[in-house]
Design a protein around this ligand. Sequence first.
Ligand code: SF4
Length: 122
Amino acid sequence: MPSIEKMICITCPVGCTLEVTHEDQTLLKVEGQICPRGEKYVQEELTDPRRMVATTARVKGGLHPLVPVYTAAPIPKPRIFELLAAIREIEIPAPVTMNQVVLENALGEGIDVIASRDLPVA
Ligand code: SF4
């Protein structure tokens, strides 16, 4: 039996409100998008929802104790808390350079976690 639900497209800052008709993972109809990316977003939300993750990781011997990090690509949404736990386990030796891979192939998903700034030695 088809379900109708509202979704907010988060692909761009416009944030279109979409009315989505689907049956389980099968998209039947989407309305409210003002560009084709809205339908692509809904399709992915139904079948393989993913998010970019930005957080901080510990640094040993750095000017600051933490460095901001982010995923190089969106990670499956159900694994976000597992990823955050894995990042909490690491301690990166200073210095850290911007774009340095701090966690390679995170959770075996083929996605690296990357430092978003330089962090020199204390
Ligand atoms: S449907 Fe298009 S315009 Fe609307 S939020 Fe998504 S990407 Fe942006």
